[in-house]
Design a protein around this ligand. Structure first.
Ligand SMILES: O=P(O)(O)OC[C@H]1O[C@H](OP(=O)(O)OP(=O)(O)O)[C@H](O)[C@@H]1O
Ligand SMILES: Nc1nc2[nH]cnc2c(=O)[nH]1
Length: 181
């Protein structure tokens, strides 16, 4: 059914971070968020689909009470390079005056999160914090977007697993894998 073989991708990839390593980093992030957002009741805004696994785990690591909502915005649509941003669901919770904790799996070129963050600010959010499982390190980042809370740094390679897809496969692999080419 699928054009791109996951077996082939796994054969030409390696594991960058195991589940055990990510568990440690996500627990650390939860503590950092509790310190930074003490006294707040943030809207915990998950960017579907990629953030699904990370967001659940991060939420359980945060002690501060959270109000959940989600958005669905995609730029890659199952491909390995990004295009225009498509909104499939905008926030439902009124964001006026609210602190938002925007949660995503990966900060790569940053266009997705910049657009989602700016949409939250346009809806009246008083502050938008950004938490990502991983940040890819390269010089193609859109201006003015960085994570406030970051799990791990990645090289400039296409990654999948832990929520991230390889042609809409592999999201439930419990590690971050990277293609070698
Ligand atoms: O920093 P950028 O270069 O904009 O890329 C990052 C975005 O790409 C992925 O989403 P994708 O469009 O693949 O949708 P998905 O979450 O459904 O996988 C990921 O979940 C981020 O939202
Ligand atoms: N799965 C996946 N999604 C992305 N979105 C932006 N960069 C990436 C990447 O390397 N892998």
């Amino acid at each position: 059914m699928t054009a791109a073989s996951l077996d082939d991708a796994l054969a030409r990839s390696d594991i960058l971070f195991t589940r055990e390593q990510l568990d440690i980093e996500i627990a650390r992030m939860g503590k950092e968020i509790d310190v930074a957002l003490a006294g707040e009741r943030p809207v915990f805004l998950t960017v579907m689909h990629g953030a699904l696994i990370f967001a659940g785990q991060l939420a359980l690591s945060v002690k501060t009470d959270l109000e959940f909502d989600y958005v669905h915005a995609t730029r890659y649509r199952g491909e390995t390079s990004g295009g225009d941003l498509h909104w499939l669901r905008r926030p439902e919770v009124p964001l006026n005056g609210r602190t938002v904790l925007l949660v995503d799996d990966i900060l790569d070129e940053g266009h997705t999160l910049k657009a989602v963050r700016d949409a939250c600010l346009d809806m009246g959010a008083s502050r938008v914090w950004l938490a990502v499982l991983c940040t890819k390190r390269h010089d193609r980042r859109a201006h003015g977007i960085e994570a406030d809370f970051n799990g791990v740094d990645l090289p400039d390679r296409y990654v999948f697993g832990y929520g991230m897809d390889y042609h809409e496969q592999a999201r439930n692999l419990p590690a971050i894998h990277a293609l070698k080419d």
